[in-house]
Design a protein around this ligand. Structure first.
Ligand SMILES: C[S@@+](CC[C@H](N)C(=O)[O-])C[C@H]1O[C@@H](n2cnc3c(N)ncnc32)[C@H](O)[C@@H]1O
Length: 283
């Protein structure tokens, strides 16, 4: 593959998904795009990249962008974001939301393990919070991931990663070599395709946003734009969860870290940024 092919691909990915190609780019391109090249009938990755440069093929650009995303995820990833939800976030919001409606948005849900972890957690907490109605919206740019998430079908390896055994027994059924999540849990998550680079106002007000392990792939300016758009969707008492390697510090002052809660952020009421608080109940 030529430097021009790589530059063209890098520009395409940055515009379409925000992804910045790192230093291991040749290896990454080769390993991610070889299966795409085969499937789409190209002799090799170089031929695929040349075609990408020479004609504006919308379908090819979408397939290539999707293939270049990193979709690593697992149930109850990092544990803390789910423990903190249970110990602090849910009790606080259950007290504050008189009608019991709490909206959660998993902003880069990959194959669904993150939203399903929250749905299973809520099922466990149901007796303590009989009036709470958790509305979980899960979005991702990758149609391939969303299809898998919606199917709720996981391999033995996937259900063994992070999922407590009693939850696996309670919420999964073995179908041949795969494990299928129960209809009850599956139906408690709504999926939608969404690019975080787009206008996020259509998502509407959210009480809690999980935007985990996706900002790491973006440049500073894109991180700032996404975070400030998220801040605009949250009411003053809303919460933001980021991944273990992510932060708002040095990027935006719309959020501040919650004391003693790694990865959990609240809105910074003294923010000078463009974030405008939404009224609770606003659509
Ligand atoms: C590493 S996964 C993180 C999954 C989950 N949040 C977690 O922490 O386990 C990153 C996800 O971000 C998605 N993604 C990448 N760029 C995106 C964009 N511009 N808009 C929406 N989703 C994006 C990818 O498709 C991928 O599924």
């Amino acid at each position: 593959m030529t430097p021009e092919d790589i530059d063209h691909l890098a520009a395409l990915l940055k515009t379409r998904s925000g992804l910045i190609l790192g230093s291991d780019k040749t290896y990454l391109i080769e390993s991610r795009l070889a299966p795409v090249a085969r499937r789409e009938g190209f002799a090799n990755v170089s031929a695929l990249l040349t075609a990408l440069r020479s004609k504006r093929d919308e379908k090819l650009m979408t397939v290539v962008t999707d293939a270049m995303t990193t979709n690593e995820t697992f149930f109850f990833r990092d544990k803390a974001p789910f423990d903190q939800f249970k110990s602090d976030v849910l009790p606080a919001l259950a007290r504050a939301r008189i009608n019991g409606d709490i909206k959660i948005w998993c902003a880069a849900c990959s194959t669904g393990q993150e939203p399903y972890s929250l749905a299973m957690l809520m099922d466990e907490m149901r007796m303590m919070y009989p009036r709470v109605n958790l509305d979980i919206l899960a979005t991702d740019i990758s149609e391939r991931c969303l299809e898998k998430a919606q199917a709720g079908l996981y391999t033995q390896f996937e259900v063994q990663r992070g999922l407590p055994i009693q939850m696996m027994v309670k919420h999964f059924e073995k179908i041949d070599e795969m494990w299928r999540i129960s209809p009850k849990i599956r139906q408690s998550v709504r999926y939608k395709k969404l690019n975080l680079l787009d206008d996020l106002r259509l998502i509407g007000r959210q009480d809690v946003v999980y935007c985990r392990n996706v900002l790491i792939y973006f440049d500073l300016e894109t991180k700032r734009k996404v975070l400030e758009q998220i801040a605009n969707l949250l009411p003053d008492d809303g919460y933001l969860f980021l991944g273990a390697a992510e932060t708002v510090l040095g990027i935006t002052d719309s959020f501040k870290p919650m004391q003693g809660m790694r990865g959990l952020y609240v809105k910074n009421q003294n923010s000078q940024s463009s974030a405008r608080p939404l009224r609770v109940g606003a659509a």
